[in-house]
Design a protein around this ligand. Sequence first.
Ligand SMILES: [Zn+2]
Ligand SMILES: [Zn+2]
Length: 394
Amino acid sequence: MGSDRVRHDCSVLGSGWTGTNPLVFPLLKTGGRTFGFWKSRIDLSLASDLNSYALGIQMFGHFLFMLNILVWVTCLSLPLQGAPNPLRVGIIINERLPSIDEEQIKDILRHARKEANQVYSLNIEYTALTTHTMAGYFEPYREIVLNKHKIFQYALNIDGASIMDLQRALLIEYGQDSLESLLPFVRSALPELGDRNFTNKIDLMGALAELQVQKLSQLKAILLEDGQPLLGGDNLHQFMLWWFYLREQEDFDVIITNQLLASAETFHPEIHGAARGGVATGFAGPSYNRYGGAALVSLFPIISSLDFFESGRGGNYSSEEVVESASAILLHELLHLLRHEKHQWSHPHCIMNPTPGFRYREWAADIRKNGPCLEWHDPSPFLQRTFAQFRVFP
Ligand SMILES: [Zn+2]
Ligand SMILES: [Zn+2]
């Protein structure tokens, strides 16, 4: 376990850590006060017995002060797991789409928990697990979400998706990132770019927006076995719908679904999603709970045997590969949710460097074989701010 991981623990646990260790600040205060008080007495008194008594107290002050430093050094040098983070899990099944059985989903959850504890010093526990159908759980929220949040002010209609609107939104989202920091990821996620040269972000985001709309059109043309389009009129594929579903519901901190999320929107667009044609395999968004947010994992791109996904992944996955891929995605989302970690586009073997394209299996295997990443991970100011606004103290 490298020092990077330790720094995460201290910064993440931050106020929580000091709050749960009432020893630290009283010690600092007591040591400082005692030291200061008796120092002034020593200066005033010439009596040697009082002086030695005062020195004794002074030494005690030093001792408390050093003890306090020791406690901090311990924090900086030992991985701390902190109290477990309780997570309520909801499995939401769209019966129109292929899925995996509940036991396999439990395997994904177990796998993610074990790795979170052992590799990332992130203590999580599942306190509830319930399975619902899409219609049974989210249908009542649909009207609220559509009317209150007006998702179509952000969601772009696939047919009429304006490449320029997407390009502009991507440019704003990645305003702080340099072309050099993004290019290697974009190239590995989009082999179809070949050796095309990019000298500025405007062209790069233009190419991404164009490819996203192109791939979305391919998805839109797909019909399922029941003759209905994969991206149906129910809009369940819209990322914005799920962003607000997550926000409205209060029952889950983690949602695992077989629903496909594939769309284009001007809100919070991501380059890895754009490279897949607007397909999101997961996200962490705001929600009224103890974390101020919830994490969602969409299994569809991992388990679908449609050509679009199968060729993107390089074949269908075995059940073990599904569990290994989906649990790494879940862990990535939990690090967004619980540590507010942001993406690290240039880190090798890093769980916060998103999956390039649909190669989940290779991405997860590389992190497990060559990781974990020991580089410094900045928190995301966007996630910090958003989750702070939604946090509800239990
Ligand atoms: Zn992410
Ligand atoms: Zn990293």
